[in-house]
Design a binder for this molecule. Sequence first.
Ligand code: CTP
Length: 407
Amino acid sequence: MVLGVGGGIAAYKACELLRRFTESGHDVTVVPTEAALRFVGAPTWSALSGKAVATDVWTSVHEVPHVRIGQQADLVVVAPATADLLARAAHGLADDLLTNTLLTARCPVVFAPAMHTEMWEHPATRANVATLRDRGAVVVEPAEGRLTGKDTGKGRLPEPEELFELCSQVLERGAVEPGTDATPLDLAGRHVVVSAGGTREYLDPVRFLGNRSSGLQGYALARAAAARGAQVTLVAANVALPDPAGVSVVRVETTAQLRDEVVGAAATADAVVMAAAPADFRPVDVSSSKIKKAADGSAPSIALTQNPDILRQISAERARPNAVIVGFAAETGDDSGTVLDLARAKLARKGCDLLVVNDVSGGAVFGSPENEAVILDRDGGLVEVPRGSKAALAHVVWDQVRARLPR
Ligand code: CTP
């Protein structure tokens, strides 16, 4: 693979990305721009990749590097991609080794832009990003946070660990069997919304009712969608995980907040996947001060009221009639029916298109990196997903969503 490095301060983070690639066994050729070398020198790239590093097309000309490097790549990742580099790539310039490589590569290309918010939002950059995405490149949405100076905003390079995860999935999907319907970026141009985690309903400023949802499956869904080219909004309820690269993360605590964010995002969504575990009930009264123990030793009673059912609401409203709506259900089966009986009834009750069903009789799903499931559709179809990673299940869910999206 090729790691292209643009001339931005975030070049130092690309060292960590490179380490992760080489340590996981990839053969990486680093192609920095001349400006990148002002931030991180050639010896660093060379030592970390174990290869010679060039920025221009005049080094080792007999090996025709300006064509060969791109032709031989399985993946090209540009991190950080500056505004200037995006512009040069969008316009097909070939004034250094990296831009030559971008023109000769026929593999998936990932750009991870990093720049100040003003530059990212400038119409020129917007147009260049749109052009690159139209041509099939993955242009990762920058993260929000502290920028180089004192300012904060959108424009940070995502954390190397998450960028690595995204690139690994793009690389894997790049190897999707030719001739099958599956293409690596089959969610490009789509907006998808994923909810994750478990909501909390406060009793007082320090206590809440909550549940065991870790958010891992929702985060895996968001990552997988980003790797397939989607614009992803992840509404996360109380999740202690790093933001996935290229994903817009909205943090919430309560079911009411989750509903507001999901309903708002659903207005422009091609798919909504409700992987969150919203608390079904909330206390009728929330004390503004900490509830104290009673002197007589009596325990307080908590009166509860039902929360809105978000999945049911978005399925009934259908803000976008062609959007695919997916629910999750963790079931144990009981006297009234088996796991599948209960799941079929739930699918009908909720009115969604697909229901991903976990059998949690053994209690093994929460916080586990693995999952196994059955995906039911409203027409009676059933897909069994054998035990595997939550990422693998996420991709099967997107396969099913993709098959139901209008072309
Ligand atoms: N869900 C929701 N809003 C709620 C509760 C659940 O949108 N207030 C969604 C979950 O995100 C999930 C699906 O509904 O996608 C099923 O969740 P589950 O807790 O199994 O549904 P309940 O309706 O609460 O069913 P049960 O009575 O079995 O608890």
